[in-house]
Design a protein. Structure first.
Length: 156
């Protein structure tokens, strides 16, 4: 069967992330890989890339789709962008609506990764672009300011 599109769906948490690879064939059928778990740190990011290259069946580009979950997705998204991969970051409410459209009621890391990989091949997503360093610094300063304000409030 000829492959039309391939995607890795990634469910991220603080310490680890779960990934599933999905192929969309020309006839509309889907093919999923096993679900793998990786550490949410640089060695885990490199393991993900090696695994994705190993399970892919075609030279089509692989897209990596993940939810914008707090700050946990940022290091992986930055790493994938830096090594010239296609990265797509979707808002949690967008993926929630997609899950609902499939009538999925249960939530596990493995199922989330599988459905996100399916979401990656079935829909077209905007490519994520890494923000410039100045914006990251500004965001971090704003977060630090909010923390200081919260500490000040708790002390008074």
């Amino acid at each position: 069967m000829r492959v039309q599109k391939q995607s890795v769906g990634i469910d991220i948490s603080k310490d680890s992330f779960t990934a599933c690879f999905c192929l969309l064939h020309k006839n509309g059928s889907l093919q999923f890989s096993e679900v793998k778990k990786f550490k949410n740190e640089k060695p885990g990011f490199n393991q993900l890339l090696r695994w994705a290259r190993k399970v892919k069946l075609t030279e089509l580009p692989i897209s990596f789709l993940m939810e914008a979950t707090g700050v946990y997705y940022e290091n992986l998204a930055h790493h994938l962008f830096d090594v010239k991969q296609q990265v797509h970051v979707v808002l949690p409410n967008t993926s929630k609506h997609y899950f609902s459209s499939l009538n999925i009621k249960t939530k596990t890391d493995e199922l989330d990764a599988k459905v996100l990989s399916q979401f990656g091949v079935e829909r077209t997503h905007k490519k994520w672009i890494k923000p410039e360093a100045i914006y990251l610094q500004l965001r971090n300063l704003c977060r630090y300011y909010v923390q200081l304000q919260e500490q000040k409030t708790s002390l008074t």
